[in-house]
Design a protein around this ligand. Structure first.
Ligand code: 7TS
Length: 411
């Protein structure tokens, strides 16, 4: 059991009020809040050893290089990567996926190849592949969804087939909360010789993720969704694949030898990190990993299971509220999207905001999924390690009050 009250003390922002009410932050799928240790790691960097990495013989540069590379090690160990050479710093999960689309896919996807996605992808794992498919005359295929928002694997052996070059799938859906069977799908991809990318933006922050167990070729994540700073994320890729990939951006840091005519590439991981990297925020992401490890990912997952099932039961008990995604908590993360017919999610979100409750409303960057669900948008509550059941109670009271207000026939 997590000591939530103790954890909450580590997050300064949770002490603030909005509109005179205590902040109830339920928009963690968009971005998480930051503990003191992460905030302090940024201040410490700028106050004490700010310096460029990998180039100085001076003390500060050696210190920043050490801390920067130590953070990479921490991220590698966090997802059980066998080498920190497999971790490429990016700005976020979006950039990690675009890196693969602009390098590996340019070389490996050919006319007539198929790229398999799911019906619940975030635009980040959809739009880059649309461009690859257009450029290469490849075909995008989608694993369809069941009515309760799981992947429908009935025809999976027809979808993942000998024409499949890449299976690129979201691990945990940011709109439905569904946890997808990425291990099983990776094994299927392997059987037909296809490569695999896992969009782990919503899984790595919330549950133990082991890249040696899932065994993808690529995995994308964002620091800001896992208590780290914005502007930093990572691409995990198998080392032998990175060794054989062309660089993405070209310039300083990523080269070994440069002549007026040509250049050769630096060793991994620098080959994929042209220019001065985001040193401070990488160090901050390392501090976030330390914080999560100290709490324990299994305990965080268990807390989210408890709080999400508690919230789901209460939401189901509210008349006239539709909710999406699987009911079985073994297949669901800490996200609940809901809708009340006749009440626009934006109005609902605004009503809740006035009560101090931060939720996200909109299409959550999954427009095709919204279209498939037959709604323009949903209201979404998403939980993290610092949320409490009493915050859920306030959400439920607020929802009940809001629905009474908007559905009042006299209005
Ligand atoms: N993939 C998934 C599954 C996501 O949920 C998100 C962000 C991304 C990729 C992109 O992450 P980024 O850090 O590169 O932006 N999802 C959300 C969300 O649900 N609300 O705001 C951002």
């Amino acid at each position: 059991m997590l000591d939530i009250q103790k954890i909450r003390k580590d997050f300064p922002i949770l002490r603030r009020e909005v509109y005179g009410k205590p902040l109830i932050y339920l928009d963690n799928a968009a971005t998480s809040q930051k503990p003191d240790s992460v905030i302090r790691s940024l201040v410490d960097y700028y106050e004490n050893y700010n310096s460029n990495v990998h180039r100085g013989v001076h003390k500060l540069s050696m210190e920043s290089t050490e801390k920067f590379e130590e953070a990479r090690e921490k991220v590698a160990r966090f997802i059980n990567a066998s080498s920190s050479n497999s971790i490429i710093w990016t700005r976020n999960a979006t950039e990690a996926i675009n890196l693969v689309a602009n390098t590996w896919a340019q070389e490996h996807v050919n006319s007539g190849d198929e790229i398999v996605l799911t019906g619940m992808e975030h635009h980040s794992n959809l739009v880059p592949w649309q461009k690859v498919a257009r450029d290469k005359q490849a075909l995008l295929r989608y694993i369809p969804l069941t009515p309760d928002g799981r992947l429908d694997l009935t025809n999976i052996d027809d979808i993942i087939c000998s024409r499949t070059k890449l299976v690129s799938i979201v691990h945990v859906s940011n709109s439905l909360g569904t946890i997808n069977p990425v291990e099983e799908l990776t094994a299927k991809a392997r059987k037909v010789g296809a490569s695999v990318l896992v969009d782990a933006a919503q899984s790595v922050p919330h549950m133990p993720v082991d890249v040696q167990r899932i065994d993808p070729d690529f995995l994308a994540m964002s620091g800001h969704k896992m208590l780290g700073p914005t502007g930093i994320g990572a691409l995990y890729a198998k080392e032998d694949i990175l060794e054989n990939m062309e660089p993405f951006l070209r310039g300083g840091e990523m080269v070994l030898e440069v002549t007026y005519e040509d250049a050769s590439w630096n060793s991994l991981p620098m080959r994929f990190e042209a220019g001065t990297p985001n040193i401070a925020d990488a160090v901050g992401m390392g501090a976030a990993v330390d914080y999560l490890n100290a709490i324990g990912m299994k305990s965080i997952r268990q807390h989210e299971v408890d709080i999400t099932s508690y919230a789901l039961d209460a939401i189901k008990a509210i008349n006239g509220l539709d909710h999406y995604g699987p009911e079985d908590m073994s297949q669901r993360g800490g996200v609940i999207s809901f809708n009340s017919p006749g009440v626009h999610p934006h109005d609902l979100g605004t009503f809740l905001d006035r009560l101090g409750i931060a939720v996200r409303t909109g299409h959550h960057c999954t427009m095709p999924l919204m279209r498939m669900l037959g709604v323009p948008a949903t209201t979404r509550a998403s939980f993290y390690l610092y949320n409490t059941k009493s915050e859920v109670d306030v959400l439920i009271e607020g929802l009940t009050e809001a629905l009474g207000y908007f559905n009042d026939g006299s209005r």
